[in-house]
Design a binder for this molecule. Structure first.
Ligand code: PXL
Length: 267
Protein backbone atom coordinates (compact mmCIF):
# COMPACT_ATOMS: atom_id res chain seq x y z
CA UNK A 1 0.00 0.00 0.00
CA UNK A 2 1.31 3.45 -0.90
CA UNK A 3 1.51 6.41 1.46
CA UNK A 4 1.13 10.10 0.66
CA UNK A 5 2.14 12.87 3.07
CA UNK A 6 -0.02 15.89 2.32
CA UNK A 7 0.96 19.38 3.44
CA UNK A 8 -1.87 21.92 3.50
CA UNK A 9 -4.32 23.70 5.78
CA UNK A 10 -7.20 22.24 7.73
CA UNK A 11 -10.23 24.41 6.96
CA UNK A 12 -12.79 22.97 9.35
CA UNK A 13 -15.75 23.54 7.04
CA UNK A 14 -16.02 24.01 3.30
CA UNK A 15 -14.64 20.88 1.58
CA UNK A 16 -11.18 21.92 0.46
CA UNK A 17 -7.58 21.12 1.33
CA UNK A 18 -7.38 18.47 4.08
CA UNK A 19 -11.10 17.77 4.56
CA UNK A 20 -11.15 16.84 0.89
CA UNK A 21 -7.70 15.26 0.36
CA UNK A 22 -8.09 12.83 3.25
CA UNK A 23 -11.36 11.16 2.18
CA UNK A 24 -10.55 11.23 -1.54
CA UNK A 25 -7.05 9.77 -1.27
CA UNK A 26 -8.18 7.19 1.28
CA UNK A 27 -11.06 6.12 -0.99
CA UNK A 28 -8.46 5.53 -3.71
CA UNK A 29 -6.71 2.98 -1.54
CA UNK A 30 -3.73 5.13 -0.65
CA UNK A 31 -2.77 6.00 2.93
CA UNK A 32 -2.95 9.74 3.58
CA UNK A 33 -0.75 11.15 6.36
CA UNK A 34 -1.44 14.83 7.08
CA UNK A 35 0.76 17.74 7.96
CA UNK A 36 -1.68 20.59 8.76
CA UNK A 37 -0.11 24.01 8.21
CA UNK A 38 -2.96 26.11 9.62
CA UNK A 39 -6.33 25.70 11.28
CA UNK A 40 -9.18 27.81 9.86
CA UNK A 41 -12.87 27.91 10.79
CA UNK A 42 -13.68 27.85 7.06
CA UNK A 43 -11.76 28.45 3.86
CA UNK A 44 -11.24 32.08 2.95
CA UNK A 45 -14.18 32.12 0.54
CA UNK A 46 -16.41 32.68 3.59
CA UNK A 47 -16.15 36.12 5.19
CA UNK A 48 -14.50 36.44 8.61
CA UNK A 49 -12.73 33.06 8.91
CA UNK A 50 -10.51 32.39 11.95
CA UNK A 51 -6.86 31.50 11.29
CA UNK A 52 -4.34 29.75 13.53
CA UNK A 53 -0.87 29.32 12.06
CA UNK A 54 0.57 25.82 12.65
CA UNK A 55 3.83 26.14 10.72
CA UNK A 56 5.99 25.57 13.80
CA UNK A 57 3.92 22.63 15.00
CA UNK A 58 4.00 21.05 11.53
CA UNK A 59 7.79 21.29 11.66
CA UNK A 60 7.76 19.47 15.02
CA UNK A 61 5.52 16.75 13.57
CA UNK A 62 7.85 16.27 10.59
CA UNK A 63 10.86 16.11 12.95
CA UNK A 64 9.14 13.42 15.01
CA UNK A 65 8.47 11.38 11.88
CA UNK A 66 12.14 11.74 10.97
CA UNK A 67 13.20 10.45 14.39
CA UNK A 68 10.99 7.41 13.80
CA UNK A 69 12.49 6.78 10.35
CA UNK A 70 9.08 7.20 8.68
CA UNK A 71 9.11 7.00 4.86
CA UNK A 72 6.59 8.03 2.22
CA UNK A 73 6.04 7.24 -1.46
CA UNK A 74 4.55 10.61 -2.30
CA UNK A 75 4.25 14.19 -1.08
CA UNK A 76 1.32 16.37 -2.09
CA UNK A 77 1.30 20.04 -1.13
CA UNK A 78 -1.73 22.30 -1.54
CA UNK A 79 -2.77 25.71 -0.24
CA UNK A 80 0.02 27.34 1.77
CA UNK A 81 0.02 30.85 3.22
CA UNK A 82 3.28 32.79 3.34
CA UNK A 83 6.99 32.16 2.86
CA UNK A 84 7.46 30.18 6.08
CA UNK A 85 4.88 27.58 5.06
CA UNK A 86 6.42 27.22 1.60
CA UNK A 87 9.84 26.78 3.26
CA UNK A 88 8.35 24.15 5.57
CA UNK A 89 7.00 22.26 2.54
CA UNK A 90 10.43 22.46 0.89
CA UNK A 91 12.03 21.00 4.01
CA UNK A 92 9.51 18.15 4.04
CA UNK A 93 10.39 17.37 0.41
CA UNK A 94 14.10 17.29 1.33
CA UNK A 95 13.30 15.00 4.26
CA UNK A 96 11.94 12.32 1.90
CA UNK A 97 14.30 12.05 -1.06
CA UNK A 98 12.89 9.66 -3.64
CA UNK A 99 9.26 10.50 -2.86
CA UNK A 100 7.20 11.58 -5.86
CA UNK A 101 6.29 15.25 -5.35
CA UNK A 102 3.04 16.87 -6.49
CA UNK A 103 2.79 20.60 -5.81
CA UNK A 104 -0.65 22.12 -6.35
CA UNK A 105 0.21 25.82 -6.05
CA UNK A 106 -3.27 26.74 -4.77
CA UNK A 107 -3.20 30.51 -4.22
CA UNK A 108 -5.75 32.17 -6.49
CA UNK A 109 -8.45 32.09 -9.10
CA UNK A 110 -10.19 34.41 -11.58
CA UNK A 111 -7.00 36.45 -12.01
CA UNK A 112 -6.49 37.21 -8.31
CA UNK A 113 -4.79 35.85 -5.20
CA UNK A 114 -7.14 34.41 -2.58
CA UNK A 115 -8.09 36.87 0.17
CA UNK A 116 -5.50 36.98 2.93
CA UNK A 117 -2.48 35.97 0.84
CA UNK A 118 0.34 38.50 0.48
CA UNK A 119 2.07 39.63 -2.69
CA UNK A 120 5.11 37.52 -1.73
CA UNK A 121 3.08 34.31 -2.21
CA UNK A 122 3.76 33.69 -5.94
CA UNK A 123 7.55 33.96 -5.48
CA UNK A 124 7.54 31.65 -2.44
CA UNK A 125 5.31 29.16 -4.26
CA UNK A 126 7.51 29.34 -7.37
CA UNK A 127 10.51 28.25 -5.28
CA UNK A 128 8.51 25.28 -3.98
CA UNK A 129 7.43 24.39 -7.53
CA UNK A 130 11.12 24.10 -8.41
CA UNK A 131 11.33 20.96 -6.25
CA UNK A 132 8.28 19.25 -7.76
CA UNK A 133 7.87 16.32 -10.12
CA UNK A 134 4.44 17.62 -11.14
CA UNK A 135 2.70 20.95 -10.59
CA UNK A 136 -0.99 21.63 -11.24
CA UNK A 137 -1.66 25.39 -11.38
CA UNK A 138 -4.92 26.79 -12.69
CA UNK A 139 -4.76 29.58 -15.29
CA UNK A 140 -4.49 32.31 -12.64
CA UNK A 141 -1.75 30.50 -10.73
CA UNK A 142 0.18 29.76 -13.93
CA UNK A 143 0.20 33.49 -14.70
CA UNK A 144 1.19 34.44 -11.13
CA UNK A 145 4.02 31.88 -11.09
CA UNK A 146 5.47 32.78 -14.48
CA UNK A 147 4.85 36.54 -14.47
CA UNK A 148 3.06 36.18 -17.82
CA UNK A 149 -0.17 38.18 -18.26
CA UNK A 150 -3.40 36.58 -17.04
CA UNK A 151 -5.90 35.76 -19.77
CA UNK A 152 -9.16 34.06 -18.70
CA UNK A 153 -9.22 31.85 -21.83
CA UNK A 154 -5.63 31.21 -22.92
CA UNK A 155 -5.17 30.01 -26.50
CA UNK A 156 -3.17 26.82 -27.19
CA UNK A 157 -0.18 29.06 -27.95
CA UNK A 158 -0.56 30.95 -24.68
CA UNK A 159 -0.86 27.64 -22.81
CA UNK A 160 2.41 26.51 -24.38
CA UNK A 161 4.09 29.72 -23.22
CA UNK A 162 2.70 29.27 -19.71
CA UNK A 163 3.95 25.66 -19.64
CA UNK A 164 7.42 26.73 -20.76
CA UNK A 165 7.53 29.34 -18.01
CA UNK A 166 6.35 26.80 -15.43
CA UNK A 167 8.98 24.24 -16.41
CA UNK A 168 11.62 26.97 -16.25
CA UNK A 169 10.88 27.17 -12.50
CA UNK A 170 12.44 23.70 -12.22
CA UNK A 171 9.33 21.53 -12.01
CA UNK A 172 9.79 18.33 -13.99
CA UNK A 173 6.26 18.39 -15.38
CA UNK A 174 3.19 20.63 -15.31
CA UNK A 175 -0.52 20.40 -16.03
CA UNK A 176 -2.55 23.61 -16.29
CA UNK A 177 -6.02 22.96 -14.89
CA UNK A 178 -9.42 24.58 -15.34
CA UNK A 179 -8.59 25.90 -18.82
CA UNK A 180 -11.80 27.21 -20.44
CA UNK A 181 -12.20 26.78 -24.20
CA UNK A 182 -15.57 27.87 -25.58
CA UNK A 183 -18.29 25.73 -24.04
CA UNK A 184 -15.71 23.30 -22.68
CA UNK A 185 -13.16 23.19 -19.88
CA UNK A 186 -10.13 20.99 -19.45
CA UNK A 187 -6.45 20.64 -18.70
CA UNK A 188 -3.33 21.16 -20.77
CA UNK A 189 -0.04 19.30 -20.30
CA UNK A 190 3.17 19.25 -22.32
CA UNK A 191 2.10 16.54 -24.75
CA UNK A 192 -1.56 16.03 -23.98
CA UNK A 193 -4.70 18.01 -23.34
CA UNK A 194 -8.31 17.17 -22.61
CA UNK A 195 -11.55 19.15 -22.83
CA UNK A 196 -15.05 18.21 -21.74
CA UNK A 197 -18.41 19.79 -20.99
CA UNK A 198 -18.30 22.86 -18.76
CA UNK A 199 -20.98 23.33 -16.10
CA UNK A 200 -22.50 26.81 -15.88
CA UNK A 201 -21.24 27.02 -12.28
CA UNK A 202 -17.85 26.76 -10.65
CA UNK A 203 -17.20 25.89 -7.05
CA UNK A 204 -14.60 26.39 -4.34
CA UNK A 205 -12.42 23.32 -4.00
CA UNK A 206 -12.67 22.13 -7.62
CA UNK A 207 -8.90 22.55 -8.08
CA UNK A 208 -8.22 20.76 -4.79
CA UNK A 209 -10.45 17.90 -5.91
CA UNK A 210 -8.60 17.56 -9.21
CA UNK A 211 -5.20 17.59 -7.47
CA UNK A 212 -6.23 15.08 -4.79
CA UNK A 213 -7.48 12.60 -7.42
CA UNK A 214 -4.33 13.14 -9.48
CA UNK A 215 -2.17 12.50 -6.40
CA UNK A 216 -4.13 9.38 -5.44
CA UNK A 217 -4.09 8.13 -9.03
CA UNK A 218 -0.35 8.50 -9.43
CA UNK A 219 0.40 6.92 -6.07
CA UNK A 220 -2.09 4.18 -6.94
CA UNK A 221 -0.07 3.38 -10.06
CA UNK A 222 -1.42 5.51 -12.94
CA UNK A 223 0.74 7.55 -15.32
CA UNK A 224 0.28 11.34 -15.37
CA UNK A 225 -2.14 11.61 -18.30
CA UNK A 226 -4.64 8.95 -17.14
CA UNK A 227 -4.40 10.30 -13.57
CA UNK A 228 -5.24 13.80 -14.83
CA UNK A 229 -8.07 12.39 -16.95
CA UNK A 230 -9.44 10.61 -13.88
CA UNK A 231 -9.27 13.89 -11.95
CA UNK A 232 -11.09 15.81 -14.67
CA UNK A 233 -13.73 13.09 -14.99
CA UNK A 234 -14.32 13.09 -11.22
CA UNK A 235 -14.56 16.88 -10.93
CA UNK A 236 -17.03 16.92 -13.85
CA UNK A 237 -19.03 14.05 -12.36
CA UNK A 238 -19.31 15.79 -8.98
CA UNK A 239 -19.94 19.30 -10.37
CA UNK A 240 -22.85 17.96 -12.45
CA UNK A 241 -24.74 17.52 -9.16
CA UNK A 242 -24.53 21.28 -8.47
CA UNK A 243 -24.82 24.18 -8.20
CA UNK A 244 -23.08 24.20 -4.82
CA UNK A 245 -22.66 26.92 -2.21
CA UNK A 246 -19.41 27.93 -0.49
CA UNK A 247 -19.74 24.68 1.47
CA UNK A 248 -18.09 22.98 -1.47
CA UNK A 249 -18.66 20.19 -3.95
CA UNK A 250 -20.67 17.22 -2.64
CA UNK A 251 -18.13 14.62 -3.75
CA UNK A 252 -18.95 12.06 -1.05
CA UNK A 253 -21.71 10.12 -2.89
CA UNK A 254 -19.34 9.57 -5.83
CA UNK A 255 -16.34 8.16 -3.91
CA UNK A 256 -17.28 4.50 -4.51
CA UNK A 257 -17.48 5.20 -8.24
CA UNK A 258 -14.04 6.85 -8.13
CA UNK A 259 -12.58 3.80 -6.39
CA UNK A 260 -14.09 1.37 -8.90
CA UNK A 261 -13.00 3.44 -11.90
CA UNK A 262 -9.44 3.55 -10.59
CA UNK A 263 -9.52 -0.22 -10.00
CA UNK A 264 -10.77 -0.74 -13.59
CA UNK A 265 -7.95 1.38 -14.97
CA UNK A 266 -5.35 -0.52 -12.97
CA UNK A 267 -6.75 -3.93 -13.91
O1 PXL B 1 -9.38 25.52 -2.28
C1 PXL B 1 -8.22 26.18 -2.02
C2 PXL B 1 -8.16 26.73 -0.62
C3 PXL B 1 -7.55 25.99 0.37
N1 PXL B 1 -7.43 26.43 1.63
C4 PXL B 1 -7.92 27.63 1.98
C5 PXL B 1 -8.55 28.44 1.04
C6 PXL B 1 -8.67 27.97 -0.29
C7 PXL B 1 -9.33 28.81 -1.28
O2 PXL B 1 -9.81 29.85 -1.03
O3 PXL B 1 -9.04 29.62 1.41
C8 PXL B 1 -7.76 28.12 3.38
Amino acid sequence: MSRIVTVQDLSCLGRCSLTLALPVISAMGVECAVLPTALLSTHTGYPGNTYLDLTQEAGRIAAHWQSLGIQTDGIYTGYLAGEAQCRLAMNVIRQFPGAKVLVDPAMGDHGRLYRGLGLEQPKAMAALCGLADIITPNVTEAALLTGLPYTPQPTPDQCRQLLEGLLALGAKDAVITGVPRGAEIGFVGRDFSWFGPRQPWDCHGAGDLFAAVLAGGIMGGLALEPAAALGAWFVGRCLAGGPFSAGGIAFEPHLPELASRLADQLA
